[in-house]
Design a protein around this ligand. Sequence first.
Ligand code: FES
Length: 239
Amino acid sequence: MRHDPLSRGGSEYVNLFLRAGRRVRISEPRNNFPLDGARRYLFIAGGIGITAILPMMRAVADRAAADATLVYVGRTEDAMPFVAEIRRTFADRALVIATERDGRPDLADLARRLPEDTSVYCCGPVGMLDACSAHFPADRLHLERFRRAERSFAPDSPFEVVCARSGDRVAVASGETMLDALNRSGHPMASGCREGLCAACDVVVLEGTPEHRDDIGAPAGHMYPCVSRSLSARLVVDL
Ligand code: FES
């Protein structure tokens, strides 16, 4: 794993503290980026985004009934993991683009030539994801974000959360997240990214109107309190 000094702690922890033989407690991975049942796939990976895309490319290659093309983009090949394996395994189904050598991929052209029955999966830096959103049809595009998209919201207002099971009432101040307010009030909540990207803090909403600020689309009746707030003065949640 690459040591990213700007990480939120994950790569720092792995690089500075993890050593062979050290025991760590882990939970099962959560998949918010599942493969659908399309006939064809276009996978687009930017940099380390290949770690999410490569297993999907392998999975489709194992399915005789579907086919896939991979576009793998990085600055230089030296800095792009798995290039040799990708060329060896996927040959002309994979296009490796080193932008210093080849320039940026022509997403508009890829979108123009996209067959009707193709699902597009993209994982990479924010600029690449935004460019994919601009070119590919939304109903066939699946994005995996490592960082939140830049968006603006109305200023945070305070609201109240009622925990239906215990009857507890928790005040969420304008300067704190609902997740922090619940934790501080004796309602320990699971969390992961704290950016509305992973669904680890999922909570069921029974009454009230959440203001969804996540980037993965909370299912109806759910919200992610690490980022999402309330449009109503009160939310009743299943806690
Ligand atoms: S902690 Fe990841 S979505 Fe809330």
